[in-house]
Design a protein around this ligand. Structure first.
Ligand SMILES: *Cc1c(COP(=O)(O)O)cnc(C)c1O
Length: 475
């Protein structure tokens, strides 16, 4: 059995076949030879299929069934969740990482990837205007990176040694109510409870209302909560709105708070000549998160966590009190497991490096600028349609809109837009999602695909309009 499993000739044959299938998939999705982005099955139906397949399915059908039963991000009509459309070369780096399986935690189990990771991190730090004192690492996702950053923040800003001695007094962080739920989750994991997450209301454009920071801060302090960090979203997930990072930075400085920027989605805008201004203020951040698997064309899952001062990354998980840390081991940059939450991780740096090396920063500049520009054009198109309404004018490539029919209440319109989205999913030509904002249901698009053009979006609008006319008769 083991001989068969590790048979290299057999691998070459089946692997070659799969590479052909992958290339064909890219060709047929990108060029719309395949009509659908998703062929919808109900969860129970899907479950039964795979139960049956394990018993009676043909092995040679396995890969083709996976292709059939997944959502196709390479299709230009994929306008749904914020998942990266992988650059083909990163499919290959993924394979290499899976083969070599160097776990990265110690230098000996990942010599080149540990060095490459440092090169990538230094490059990103430079882009944000950080000094040579900056550092960081790659880790498994924005969720984990945000948690790690807040753990670093607590180590750095709270005098009491919570890591070793546990909590003795209530701690808290400040964040906009529109932030990604993982920030909330991180605070809960850290034991701050509901009272330790100071939620700052959003303005009408769904960005943090920074005018209210002082009031909320004083109120928390008066309740005995020690606030040690503030998180800015760049942008927030639902609407793609960038918080005013300059204002948050100034507030953080005034009160000696750790300033964390959650740029999981849009931190990549730092590469865009046109849109990097959205990140003004991020240069003052103590830590920044950027997902490679969102706006940087990489496969899941790879996230950069940058620190303005690399020492903080060293201390996050150290058991010893800071003053006991042996200076000689302080800069063991090549043993990445000291700083990361995970022990074993994939050689995720290969994706970043190969894109930077083979195509250069221009790739990220062109891609991000194109996608954000497209959202502007789409917004203009929606504004010109009396039957459609935008939630806000988009600041990134995330755009929320809804169908509005005259004479219908918001609750009827919610019903209508829910039905529209369900129809679109069953139809499968386009894939988009939905979100609720101020009790109104919106259709939500993230324009992730580098081949989506304005005429695709025009087709989408036409399709929704036709569907709405049918549905309106049923309401
Ligand atoms: C996607 C996202 C996250 C979560 O990142 P994962 O990589 O999915 O864990 C956090 N914050 C924001 C703003 C995001 O868009």
């Amino acid at each position: 059995m083991l001989e068969q499993v590790f048979d290299d000739l057999l691998f070459e044959k089946s692997g070659g076949k799969l590479i052909n299938e992958i290339a064909k998939h890219m060709h047929e999705t990108i060029n719309e030879i395949q009509g659908k982005t998703i062929t919808w099955n109900e969860p129970e139906e899907e479950l039964n299929f795979w139960k049956e397949f394990l018993e009676n399915g043909q092995n040679e059908d396995f890969f083709s069934e996976i292709f059939k039963r997944t959502t196709h991000t390479h299709h230009p009509k994929y306008v749904g969740h914020q998942v990266g459309v992988t650059a083909p070369i990163t499919i290959l780096t993924g394979m290499l990482s899976n083969l070599l399986n160097n776990g990265m935690a110690v230098y000996e189990m990942g010599m080149s990837p540990n060095a490459i990771e440092r090169v990538v991190i230094e490059k990103l730090g430079e882009k944000f205007g950080f000094s040579s004192q900056s550092g960081g690492f790659l880790t498994s996702g924005g969720t984990l990176a945000n948690l790690t950053a807040l753990l670093s923040a607590r180590k750095a800003k709270v005098a009491h040694d919570v890591w070793n001695l546990g909590h003795t007094k209530p701690l808290g962080i400040m964040v906009c109510e529109e932030a990604h739920y993982c920030v909330d989750r991180a605070a809960k994991i850290m034991g701050f409870g509901e009272q330790g997450i100071i939620k700052i209301p959003a303005k009408n454009n769904f960005t943090m209302d920074t005018e209210q920071l002082e009031r909320y801060y004083l109120d928390a302090i008066s309740k005995g909560i020690h606030i040690f960090a503030i998180v800015g979203s760049a942008p927030s997930t639902a609407t793609g709105a960038y918080d005013n990072l300059e204002a948050i930075a100034a507030f953080a400085k005034k009160h000696n708070l750790w300033f964390h920027v959650d740029g999981a989605h849009g931190g990549a805008a730092i590469f865009s000549d046109t849109y990097k201004h959205l990140l003004d203020g991020a240069q003052h951040a103590d830590s920044i998160v950027i997902d490679g698997h969102k706006m940087m064309l990489m496969p899941t899952i790879t996230t950069a966590l940058l620190f303005k001062d690399k020492e903080h990354a060293e201390h996050t998980f150290s058991q010893k009190a800071d003053y006991l840390l042996d200076d000689s081991t302080m800069d063991e940059w090549y043993n990445s497991g000291r700083r990361t939450f995970e022990c074993t991780k994939t050689m995720m740096c290969l994706h970043w490096f190969v894109l930077l090396k083979f195509y250069g920063e221009q790739l990220f500049n062109q891609y991000l600028t194109r996608q954000y520009d497209l959202a502007q054009d789409f917004a203009e198109m929606i504004n010109s349609h009396p039957d459609f309404e935008l939630a806000i004018s988009p600041m990134s490539n995330i755009l929320c809109f809804r169908y509005v029919a005259k004479g219908f209440s918001d609750s009827k319109l919610n019903e209508l837009n829910t039905m529209l989205r369900a129809e679109l999913l069953k139809d499968g030509e386009f894939y988009l999602v939905q979100t609720k904002l101020n009790d109104k249901l919106y259709l939500r698009t993230s324009l992730m695909n580098p081949f989506t053009r304005i005429n695709h979006l025009n087709q989408l609008i036409t399709k929704i309009k036709m569907s709405a006319q049918v549905l309106l008769n049923r309401l």
